[in-house]
Design a protein around this ligand. Structure first.
Ligand code: MN
Length: 235
């Protein structure tokens, strides 16, 4: 397969996502990225064949073996993508915010290699993640080959009580929630340049400030008494 489709969809001079390459190594990492694009979903990725095989899981994983989750097969991603957390800018493929929701390694139960499982359309594996543990299965749909089903196998880690996507929404890397990742809040964009400008009036060195992107208009505030201060001149 390779990364042709991955590369064709992205403009690497605009997006912070890694360009990456097919690796020769045979690792067994997995990652789940929570991706708030047009629609929120969880991108489940298993390392095999030198890339990260990928599925978009709209509802995310469930520890309840009764919950069969749809996992839409998506294009292979480079292994370096497993470290990506940040903001995909507007106008780019998958524009939105991404956090590393879970990561770790996986071990095959059946068949013995993920490459064989991929060909067969059924992978049974153990996840050694920070959130996800125990045995899981991915099965390719019979009618729609890109529609897989992802579910928990009944074992000691299975639970009908814990809704893991609700109880553990945060990044395992930064601790951030998906909507809090990246970008500054609008207020900081104008406060920082103005503060620098004020420093320029005497106390510290006058540096060049970028032109504020947004200038907040000064608004009148109702107070009890008029303001006075010996350090100020009024005209
Ligand atoms: Mn995605």
């Amino acid at each position: 397969m390779g990364l042709q489709e991955y590369k064709r969809k992205r403009k690497f001079n605009e997006t912070p996502e890694p360009e990456g390459e097919v690796k020769q190594k045979h690792g067994n990492t997995f990652v789940i990225q929570k991706h708030h694009a047009t629609r929120l979903h969880y991108d489940f990725r298993l390392e095999m064949d030198g890339v990260l095989r990928s599925w978009a899981v709209p509802k995310g994983p469930s520890f309840n073996p009764g919950e069969k989750r749809l996992a839409m097969e998506t294009e292979d991603h480079p292994i370096d993508y497993g470290d990506f957390e940040g903001v995909i800018p507007k106008g780019n493929y998958g524009a939105g915010k991404v956090i590393i929701w879970d990561s770790g390694t996986y071990d095959m139960v059946d068949p013995e290699t993920p490459e064989k499982g991929w060909k067969k359309g059924k992978l049974h594996f153990i996840l050694n993640g920070k959130k996800l543990k125990g045995e899981w299965v991915l099965v390719r749909g019979s009618r729609e080959p890109r529609q897989w089903i992802f579910f928990k196998v009944r074992d000691d880690h299975a639970s009908t009580e814990i809704d893991i996507v609700e109880t553990r929404p945060e990044s395992v890397i930064s601790g951030k929630l998906v909507d809090d990742t990246g970008g500054k809040t609008p207020s900081k964009q104008w406060i920082i340049p103005i503060e620098r400008e004020l420093e320029g009036f005497g106390m510290k060195k006058a540096g060049r400030s970028p032109i504020p992107k947004i200038v907040q208009p000064m608004l009148a505030t109702l107070v009890e008494k008029s303001f006075n201060n010996d350090d100020w001149l009024f005209e």
